[in-house]
Design a protein around this ligand. Structure first.
Ligand code: PLP
Length: 368
């Protein structure tokens, strides 16, 4: 039924590229009052109160400032974040979510004659961008423990994209291995997507001064509780940042609105809040991992704000569907090698307990 509707909508007015696209499908945002939402790696804690104050100040009583366009360069925000990371403002790019920043990096820096490389199990937006921009790519298999083997990236390539920690596995590479990949590929740009780095991995930002081919991408969506603001960054050599600016200014001069610019600037001034919320998520991750293990799940050791787990006795798609009936949402991917895994976002301890109780009840019922 669904397929028929989709097919009926194909149109001769579409461009070739639209016919060929396979769009990314984001996790469900259920229209329920109180779902236990552990499916899109949002932070269970609110952003810093400084964010709300900054938004209030920006709007004033009447929203007067919204008459005007925002700063197209997001200068104040970039200065704040540059100072936070010990970088120059020219080494910082800001975009509408790190998804947009990644899309611009694919177009600006990763489209070359030789194929782009990324892991076979990774963020599923990468193949989507590659198809959108008509970029040839090869996937590099993770080993059986879902670990990235860095030697496999020493083949001729037109660029490399690696999330650290990887998604949806949560596995992190040590900084020394990231450096080896960057150093082994001086002729290509290596993009390290650090969407989850604040939950337990080492950032590659410290390498930027030594490697002009390194681009580090981060987001405020996960560790800073601002998924709804849509802000992401790229950090790297000023020449790489200039390439992103050239693409941005050929597409949309104002990707960040006024509210987003002041809100995220404020978030970076409240480091105590940020550290406290990351620490709570990390503690809950260890607690949830232990709870899942006690129920018989294999849990991949995670350095992110989610865990990736499978149970040998139960089909993952069926478990996910049963949890959904109880308004508990986790992520299941119908993809090779991982279709028996569930990716579970770390919620509050209360949410994790609700999940564990539901799993306990379901596992007591029927197996496969
Ligand atoms: C969530 C995520 C992003 C996108 O984050 P936004 O800034 O919200 O667009 C990018 N990369 C990975 C690996 C992610 O999991």
């Amino acid at each position: 039924m669904h397929m028929m509707i989709e097919e009926a909508r194909l149109s001769r007015y579409w461009s070739d590229i639209v016919h060929r696209l396979t769009p990314y499908v984001p996790g469900e945002q259920p229209a329920l009052a109180h779902p236990v939402k552990l499916n899109t790696n949002e932070n269970p804690y609110p952003p810093s109160p400084a964010v709300q104050a900054a938004i209030h100040d920006e709007l004033g009583g009447t929203g007067e400032s919204l008459r005007r366009y925002p700063d197209p360069t997001a200068r104040k925000l970039r200065e704040t974040v540059a100072a936070y990371h010990g970088l120059a403002v020219e080494q910082v790019f800001a975009g509408n979510g790190s998804d947009e920043v990644l899309a611009m990096a694919f177009q600006a820096l990763l489209k070359h004659d030789r194929p782009l490389l990324f892991p076979d199990i990774t963020y599923s937006f990468y193949p989507t961008y590659a198809r959108l921009y008509d970029i040839d790519y090869r996937t590099v298999p993770l080993d059986d423990a879902f670990v990235i083997r860095i030697d496999n990236y020493s083949v001729p390539n037109g660029g490399i994209v690696i999330p650290n920690p990887n998604a949806p596995t949560g596995h992190a590479l040590p900084l020394a291995e990231i450096e080896q990949i960057v150093a082994a590929n001086p002729d290509s740009v290596v993009v390290i997507d650090e969407a989850y780095v604040d939950f337990g991995a080492q950032s590659a930002i410290s390498l930027i001064g030594r490697y002009p081919n390194l681009l580090v991408v981060q987001t405020v969506s996960k560790s800073r509780s601002l998924a709804g603001m849509r802000v992401g960054f790229a950090f790297g050599d000023a020449a790489l940042i200039d390439a992103l600016v050239r693409v941005k200014d050929s597409f949309n001069s104002y990707p960040l609105d006024r509210i987003a610019q002041v809100a995220v600037t404020a978030a970076y001034t409240d480091d105590a809040w940020f550290r406290d919320s990351c620490a709570k998520v990390i503690a809950s991750r260890e607690r949830l991992s232990a709870g899942l293990t006690a129920l018989g799940f294999d849990v991949v050791p995670s350095a992110a704000n989610f865990v990736f787990a499978r149970h040998d006795g139960y089909d993952a798609a069926a478990l996910s569907a049963k949890l959904r009936e109880r308004e508990i949402f986790v992520r299941h991917f119908r993809l090779p090698r991982i279709d028996q895994h569930l990716r579970i976002t770390i919620g509050t301890d209360a949410e994790c307990d609700t999940l564990l109780a539901a799993l306990h009840a379901l596992l007591d019922g029927e197996g496969r």
